[in-house]
Design a protein around this ligand. Structure first.
Ligand code: BTN
Length: 327
């Protein structure tokens, strides 16, 4: 059974928006026999698609499985670049590793890597990222913006705004951003972003934007050591969230806002970021590799650097740190 043909048939059926398509029509369109079409229907059923076979009318897809396979994402995806190519694997070490490899092999701008589970998901500062199977969105986006390397860090902030907008659109939740890249619900982390750079003497070759979004986990789906600090959209809203819809929304807003950043700069997005931030105006402790600073987080600069004013009145630019609220 050629699985690519199975998916092409499924795509055709989904695009017929609920109308049944006859076995003969599908057979003619795909240049195969009606028996072959029937076998493809069985294959889809085995993959979790619910197919209604209407007498004299044909086949209709009634529901699709909860997976992040390209076909389930690309139907209804309203982007021009991001997600036009999706690489999907059921399981992997880390989508970042696959995306880096693809970027080196010249994968186009907007290529997305999606998986159901990671065995070595990684976070910032070499931390491990918990990636429960089929419960979250574990994805990496390859971007190839034509901007100088010093403009790279803002992509993390812009992506954070995109994810907050996507969560707001798909659920009734109102997430907040903790500088630089944590998305919080009720003070606990539901999303992390890890932006990695491939560059050479000519500038940025690729940005690999890794997104870990906790969607449908229950508390016990998280490793014990993060249970106190992590949460999921389901844990806060009390409802299972459609991961496919969420991925489409994240891709849509990421394309919209990264393009806005490339075309118009950080101005408007900085205002949006600050409106979603829990950090700004708050007393915080910033832990850097070698030292810690305490003060008030006054804002972020145009290049995304956190502005922290310590008790002695000095203003410090923080490029990378772990932030803790102290109030
Ligand atoms: C952080 O908050 O520390 C960033 C977490 C980023 C996790 C995502 S999950 C998809 C992608 N693959 C990885 O290995 N990491 C990122």
């Amino acid at each position: 059974m050629n699985i690519t043909v199975t998916y092409k048939i499924a795509k055709r059926m989904l695009e017929s928006t609920g109308e049944a398509l006859s076995g003969q029509q599908l057979a003619d369109e795909f240049g195969i026999s009606r028996t072959a079409i029937w076998k493809h229907m069985k294959e889809l059923e085995e993959k979790g698609y619910e197919i209604e076979s209407v007498k004299k009318k044909g086949y209709r897809i009634v529901s699709i499985p909860d997976t992040l396979e390209p076909i389930t994402i690309q139907i209804g995806l309203k982007t021009k670049r991001i997600g036009q190519r999706i690489e999907y694997v059921e399981s992997c070490t880390s989508t970042q590793i696959i995306a880096h490899q693809l970027a080196q092999e010249n994968a186009p701008d907007g290529t997305v890597v999606l998986t159901e589970t990671q065995t070595a998901g990684r976070g910032r500062m070499a931390r491990k990222w918990d990636s429960a199977a089929h419960k979250g969105v574990w994805m990496s986006i390859i971007l190839r913006p034509n901007v100088p390397p010093q403009k790279a860090p803002q992509f993390t902030l812009v992506t954070a705004v995109a994810i907050v907008r996507a969560i707001e659109e798909v659920t009734a939740l109102q997430p907040k951003i903790k500088w630089p890249n944590d998305i919080l619900l009720n003070g606990k982390k539901c999303t992390g972003i890890l932006t990695e750079l491939q560059s050479d003497a000519d500038g940025i070759q690729a940005l690999i934007v890794g997104i870990g979004l906790n969607v449908n986990q229950d508390k016990e789906d998280f490793d014990l050591e993060v249970q106190g600090i992590a949460t999921s959209l389901k844990m806060i809203s009390g409802q299972t969230v459609n991961r496919q819809e969420l991925v489409r929304a994240v891709l849509f807003y990421t394309e919209l806002y990264t393009q806005m950043y490339i075309d118009e700069g950080f101005g408007m997005l900085k205002i949006l970021w600050e409106s979603y931030s829990t950090t700004i105006g708050q007393p915080v402790r910033a832990r850097m590799t070698n030292h810690t600073l305490e003060g008030i987080a006054e804002g972020i600069s145009d290049d995304g650097v956190l502005q922290l004013r310590t008790l002695d009145g000095k203003l410090h630019g923080i490029y990378s740190a772990d932030i803790e609220m102290t109030n």
